[in-house]
Design a protein around this ligand. Structure first.
Ligand code: SAM
Length: 253
């Protein structure tokens, strides 16, 4: 079958890398596993060797979805669907996620997973190396609104890098595998969206101070003085505390 560049179809061929990714998830016989973007089934095959209780596959390409059904039969449940909007919560609880994610939509898929954090036990994903660096950054130029948001809900850790030669066809950039695990921190959905918008505003003009981006001259104590800083200097946790002080304690949003 022809590989579709538009869907980020760079398939893994390096058996050592495939094994390392699946090992990182630590699958046991009681695990319900979800694989995002299974494509030709390189990771799927390795996941099945660990005999999980269930394996759900979410693949947008109908040709590969059909191929996976034929190849793995009733050992898997295939969903021909878009992982940027898929309702992962419909699959049950305590799910372990894997995926060599399509690079053009990797952050959108991860943002969708935030909405399904309550059913997630752990996730191990491959993305562009640069994206892994951004997701794990807590300050500086790689840091942005998405890591500031995600790191309140997940512990995110970069595990290892993967060179282009591990794939067919080889991508132009280095890749990296990272893991994410919910911290148990929670927020009601409306608050989460308000927090996300607050962070987007805070990071809207990176060179500007927070007082300018947020339109607030002075922050209340104990945050006094932080308004003179730039968003990239504020940790994910401090951002949440600041958001709570500015909005949540004032009787709503
Ligand atoms: N897991 C396979 C491997 O490692 O060899 C394939 C990985 S490939 C980088 C990404 C896969 O995600 C492709 O099979 C592609 O069709 C699929 N894909 C692309 N966009 C998607 C989306 N929005 N939702 C679900 N799958 C998607």
């Amino acid at each position: 079958m022809r590989l579709k560049k538009s869907l980020g179809q760079h398939f893994l061929k390096d058996k050592g890398v495939i094994k390392r990714i699946v090992d990182a998830g630590g699958i046991g016989p009681e695990d319900r596993v979800v694989e995002i973007g299974p494509g030709g089934g390189a990771l799927t095959e390795e996941i099945l060797k660990r005999n999980p209780l269930e394996l759900y596959l979410v693949e947008i390409d109908p040709d590969w979805a059909e191929y996976l059904k034929n190849r793995f039969g009733d050992r898997v449940k295939v969903f021909n669907a878009d992982a940027t909007t898929f309702d992962f919560s419909s699959l049950g609880e305590n799910l372990k996620f894997f995926g060599n994610l399509p690079y053009n939509v990797s952050t959108r898929i991860i943002r969708n997973l935030l909405d399904h954090r309550k059913v997630m036990k752990r996730g191990v994903f491959m993305v562009q190396d640069e994206v892994a660096d951004r997701l794990t950054a807590t300050s500086g130029k790689e840091y942005g609104y998405l890591p500031a948001l995600l790191q309140n809900f997940f512990r995110i850790k970069k595990l290892f890098k993967v060179p282009p030669k591990a794939f067919v066809p080889p991508p132009k950039v280095m890749s990296a595998v990272f893991e994410m695990e919910p911290t148990g921190f929670n927020m009601e959905e409306g608050e989460l969206l308000a927090f996300e918008n607050f962070l987007k505003k805070a990071f809207s003009m990176r060179r500007k101070k927070l007082k300018k981006n947020l339109g607030i001259k002075k922050f209340p104590p104990p945050f006094s003085g932080l308004e003179e800083k730039r968003a990239e200097e504020i940790s994910p946790k401090t951002f949440f505390e600041l958001f709570r002080a500015l909005y949540l304690n004032k009787g709503g949003l």
